[in-house]
Ligand binder design. Structure first.
Ligand code: ADP
Length: 449
């Protein structure tokens, strides 16, 4: 086992990973930007290294500076968290070349799944159902129109290198295609440095259900059940839970079997997630694979009782998976909500500023809090505005929702606008309480008033 882990990240996820490292007796190294000198994650680690100025390119996205920080601090392993460099295969490769253990999958798996058309081809070849659409990027609006003609409108144009819900454009008729193609290409180019886009059938009001998988270097691949992540804004998750409510046993079985088959087909090692869209008839379609630990991993930890970060560390060190498929049980229900510094009244525009007051519910009693901020923290324009996550656990879904509602009521955040009021409305909403959810609810105004 390596001895010292550098976490190439910030906020709540850096703190979560440090906790996992401490549980295994490993030393920890934090990295930080000038904007994060006083950030809580810096104080959590045994050592901290300044990377550079606030803009991510000069700090958390700088492969060179992170590798230099690892050398300087004597780290022998790197955990990338989520976001930033976590799905950058060149970073994984650079770590290996620098003699560091990258705590995640192989650079090759990251590369293949990061190219969404290639991921679709690889999954289809493994027998995993994919959303109907193009298997290659489309060269121009005419080619996109040909695919759309075959699969039928509405379609959605998506960035081949996409992520974060960026660069997607819904197209309802042939007349809109040229304009949408130009916009999607431009957005993809500026966000991902590649303007390539591909076409998928646009599913109306589907659910987003994903499966946590885990592989080791001995050839084992298991799933850790599903997560429902349908409540989203801007195609980004706000609420996640496990088990997925009202999911037929047959559909659930199909999803977990497909996920394990897909992961096995690419020789996947470490933690990963296969995301699917599920239609009202129970049909499911592979959307993409995330080759990292997800924001919503705690709901899986709460229902399975497993420590995913500890498992990541062990697997990265070459140990076998610390659990077999039979040992992964789903018990009770867990729900996570994400509290972002965003203004729901302004289309979830980030709301940077200083947190002048912060009160969070205490942990314990079925409530887990994962926070990256404290009172006085400055929410910077440079980073993802996730402040903290609340995770509620119950013997059943109703019990989890009741605890969640109480925990949300106990939260006070002043100084920045947050998603808290919306999350309170969701927790009380009859459709949510009945487990009737789909990905377009927030945009359709289901939680207004
Ligand atoms: P990203 O990698 O940018 O997060 P995804 O492919 O994972 O993009 O999709 C994110 C979300 O966008 C999905 O959870 C869903 O809400 C919506 N979405 C993506 N593809 C489709 C589709 N073909 N039909 C309907 N909604 C979609």
């Amino acid at each position: 086992m390596f001895r010292t882990v550098l976490v190439a990240n910030r906020g709540e996820i850096a703190r979560r990973v440090f906790r996992g490292c401490r549980a295994l007796g490993l030393s920890t190294v934090a990295v930080y930007s000038e904007a994060d000198r006083d950030a809580p994650h810096v104080k959590d680690a045994d050592r901290a290294v300044l990377l550079g100025p606030a803009p991510p390119r000069e700090s958390y996205l700088s492969v060179e500076r992170i590798l230099a920080a690892a050398r300087e601090s004597g780290a022998d392993a790197v955990h990338p968290g989520y976001g930033f460099l976590s799905e950058n295969w060149r970073f994984a490769e650079a770590c290996a070349q620098g003699g560091l253990t990258f705590i995640g999958p192989s650079a090759e798996a990251i590369r293949a799944m990061g190219d969404k058309p290639e991921a679709r081809r690889r999954m289809a070849a493994a027998g995993v159902p994919i959303v109907p659409g193009s298997s290659e990027p489309v060269a121009d609006a005419v080619a996109a129109g040909r695919v759309a003609g075959e699969i039928g409108y509405p379609v959605i144009l998506k960035a081949a290198a996409g992520g974060g819900g960026i660069g997607m454009a819904k197209v309802t008729s042939a007349g809109e295609l040229a304009g949408a193609f130009a916009t999607a290409t431009r957005r993809a180019q500026s966000a991902f440095g590649s303007g390539q886009v591909y076409v998928e059938r646009y599913l109306e009001a589907p659910r987003h259900v994903e499966v946590q998988v885990f592989g080791d270097t001995k050839g084992s691949v298991v799933h850790l059940h599903e997560r429902e992540c349908s409540i989203q804004r801007r195609h980004q998750k706000l609420v996640e839970e496990s088990p997925a409510p009202n999911l037929e046993t047959k559909t659930k079985r199909g999803l977990t079997d497909a996920a394990v088959a897909g992961a096995r087909a690419i020789g996947y090692v470490n933690a990963g997630t296969l995301e699917f869209l599920v239609d009202p008839q129970g049909g499911f379609y592979f959307l993409e694979m995330n080759t990292r630990l997800q924001v919503e991993h705690p709901v899986t930890e709460e229902v399975t009782g497993l420590d995913l970060v500890a498992a990541q560390l062990r697997v990265a060190a070459g140990e076998p998976l610390p659990f077999s498929q039979d040992e992964v049980e789903q018990r009770g229900a867990a729900i996570e909500v994400r509290v972002y510094a965003e203004d729901p009244a302004k289309n979830f525009l980030p709301s940077p500023g200083t947190i002048t007051r912060l009160a969070l519910p205490g942990g314990g009693e079925g409530i887990r809090v994962e926070s990256g901020v404290v009172e006085g923290s400055v929410v910077s324009v440079h980073y993802d505005p996730l402040l903290f996550k609340l995770i509620a656990l119950g013997a059943d879904r109703t019990g989890a929702i009741e605890r969640l509602a109480r925990a949300l009521d106990a939260c006070v955040v002043e100084g920045v606008k947050t998603t808290l009021p919306l999350l309170r409305t969701i927790a009380a909403h009859p459709d949510f309480r009945r487990g009737r959810v789909h990905t377009q609810m927030v945009e359709q105004g289901a939680f207004h008033g």
